[in-house]
Design a protein around this ligand. Structure first.
Ligand SMILES: [Zn+2]
Ligand SMILES: [Zn+2]
Length: 339
């Protein structure tokens, strides 16, 4: 399924074209992967609509790829033919810059994203450097493993960056798929952490309490206790300002969003230095993922026996899956079955 230009999904319900392209050849240290399934992610909508546009066209999207090793490039020896592997958002990084050599390869200036900068998993085959592929825990079927390769890994990174410790108070503002996973991970890793959820919809607040949040309230609510860290997963600015007022001195606001919308940005003019920033409050964003986030999360997911709710489409139905994802018609992750 090939993306050939930027367009708006409301106007163009078929942004991807089903076609035949040449088989990729594995270069040195690469493996050729025969794709079994590929997850459908919100970031594909951002690529199609130009918010994080591919630098060149055409491109095969898809960055939650599960498949088997079909051929080995020269000097590739980490996997055997037939091994099951996963591929995530991080396709490659330079390996030599100060970020790559200090465990922050997600910040490398030469970071390449699967399915945006290079061809991804909405296809039968792709080639990837063997060091950027992951063995997958046996506990998961291909379909169950695919959605774990993105939202889970980035949620895991946001939790790490929050530096939350057991016994502390953690806030989540916005309560979509990624925040659900963060709540479950936090409760598993830190049994005495108290979780506070801020969400606009009453349904989401109810769901948060069901999953073990000790309190839930509206985005603009004041939490009953000050919080040591808050993770934001919304595309808006109001939750940023509102979250800052609920932080403890020295508390951290972690923004886990690939972009923010412009429409409520003027709310920032209401920032009060004493109420929102003073006393060493910190703000940090989460960008991309490092390989350690993907492998760390996969281990944790197997340990926690996370089973994502998955809806399957055929590869040729990718356009319909994307339109339905944008309309948020059905809860649960979407996965394309390639073979
Ligand atoms: Zn993704
Ligand atoms: Zn680098």
């Amino acid at each position: 399924m090939l993306l050939e230009r930027v367009s708006r999904l409301e106007e163009n319900h078929e942004p991807l074209r089903f076609t035949e392209i040449n088989n990729p050849l594995p270069a040195e240290n690469e493996i050729l992967v025969r794709v079994s399934v590929c997850g459908v992610c919100h970031t594909e909508l951002d690529e199609i609509e130009g918010r994080t546009a591919p630098p060149r066209f055409p491109i095969v999207p898809g960055h939650q790829v599960v498949g088997t090793v079909a051929a080995l490039g020269k000097n590739a020896g980490r996997f055997k033919l037939g091994d099951r592997v996963g591929i995530a958002w991080i396709f490659s990084a330079c390996g030599t810059c100060k970020f790559c050599t200090s465990g922050s390869e997600n910040l490398c200036a030469d970071f390449k994203a699967t399915g945006r900068d290079v061809n991804g998993g909405y296809a039968e085959l792709l080639s990837v450097h063997e060091d950027f592929a992951y063995s997958l825990p046996d506990a998961f079927t291909d379909t169950e493993a695919a959605p774990l390769l993105c939202a889970g890994a980035i949620g895991y990174r946001s939790l790490r960056l929050s530096k939350i410790a057991d016994g502390q108070n953690l806030g989540l503002t916005g309560f979509g798929a990624s925040a659900h996973l963060v709540l479950k991970m936090a409760r598993h890793l830190y049994p005495n952490v108290r979780i506070f959820v801020f969400a606009r919809s009453e349904q989401e607040r109810g769901f948060a309490t069901e999953l073990g949040a000790v309190w839930s309230g509206d985005t603009k609510a004041t939490s009953p206790l000050k919080l040591d860290a808050i993770i934001d997963t919304t595309p808006a600015w109001i939750p940023i300002v509102e979250a800052l007022k609920n932080l403890e001195p020295g508390g951290r606001l972690i923004i886990n969003a690939i972009r923010k919308e412009e429409k409520d940005k003027e709310i920032l003019l209401g920032l009060s230095y004493p109420n929102h920033l003073w006393l060493e409050k910190e703000i940090k964003t989460v960008a991309n993922v490092a390989r350690s986030d993907v492998s760390g999360f996969l281990r944790l997911a197997a340990d926690m026996q996370i089973k994502p709710e998955v809806e399957e489409y055929s590869l040729q139905e990718a356009n319909r899956a994307l339109v339905e994802l944008k309309a948020a018609k059905i809860r649960g992750a979407k996965v394309l079955r390639v073979r």
